[in-house]
Design a binder for this molecule. Sequence first.
Ligand code: IDP
Ligand code: MG
Length: 133
Amino acid sequence: MEETLSIIKPDAMERNLEDEIKKVFIKNNFQIVKEKKVKLEKKDAEQFYKVHETKPFYNDLCNYLSSGPVLVMVLKKDNAIADNRKLMGSTNPKEAEAGTIRKEYGISIDKNSVHGSDSIENAQKEINFFFKD
Ligand code: IDP
Ligand code: MG
């Protein structure tokens, strides 16, 4: 089985969607093997999103991710990384397929409710970032 990192982002936490989104993962056969609620400092967000540091939206993105509590989870199932990306839907909720988390709950491209790792390498890095043990 494969593990991936998922984050319920501040816009969804703010709207009390934490339990509802967790149920979507469980219904889609993901096991939530680790979870913690954290409030990131901006420097943590900058490190987490370092791959985007040259993007014009980097500063806003880091301000946003550190603007309130987030729920960080390790999700496990066969093909967890790709299956989670599919379940999340496109980065822009307006372009996301019906039934995806971002289509259901996302507000805009920056407030799109969830993060999910995009590769085996990044999943491992992101899991270690939040759950070093
Ligand atoms: P992903 O979350 O679907 O993997 P990435 O390209 O890795 O998308 O971008 C990381 C996050 O940065 C997105 O989830 C989104 O919140 C934000 N983002 C991406 N592109 C834009 C943009 O063009 N404007 C504003 N925010 C963006
Ligand atoms: Mg990404």
